[in-house]
Write a protein that binds this ligand. Structure first.
Ligand SMILES: [Zn+2]
Ligand SMILES: [Zn+2]
Length: 123
């Protein structure tokens, strides 16, 4: 599979029986539908995101991103609460692309939300 951002080679890797694809050049990550939901529940999945977030940020500027799986133009998703996270989502196959560093942010966001849940239940 070819990376939609830097056109480098994306290599499949397996983490706890979930197959993800990671670019060997810019370390962007591609997840099939629901893989990220599974991954965020797994301990240590942030280790998949080994790239440099500053490199990832430069690839964030690319606006025309074809889905590496089905070639549909991917939508830009911006989460602003509580932290700003941008990633690309394919409306056709529901695949998700994270630039290097974005998946770590995404996981932190989830941890923050879970923490908020606990706090809410305490009150
Ligand atoms: Zn790449
Ligand atoms: Zn797609």
């Amino acid at each position: 599979m070819q990376c939609p951002k830097c056109l480098g080679e994306m290599q499949p890797l397996t983490f706890n029986d979930v197959e993800v694809d990671r670019c060997t050049k810019c370390y962007g990550l591609f997840f099939d539908h629901l893989e990220k939901e599974m991954l965020k529940k797994m301990e240590g999945s942030e280790e998949l995101d080994v790239g440099d977030e500053f490199v990832g940020a430069t690839y964030n500027e690319i606006l025309d991103v074809p889905c590496p799986k089905c070639k549909t133009k991917m939508d830009h998703v911006v989460h602003t609460d509580p932290f700003e996270i941008k990633f690309e989502c394919c409306s056709a196959c529901k695949g998700v692309y994270f630039d290097a560093g974005e998946f770590r942010d995404y996981l932190e966001d989830e941890i923050y939300e879970q923490f908020q849940d606990v706090v809410d239940h305490l009150e």
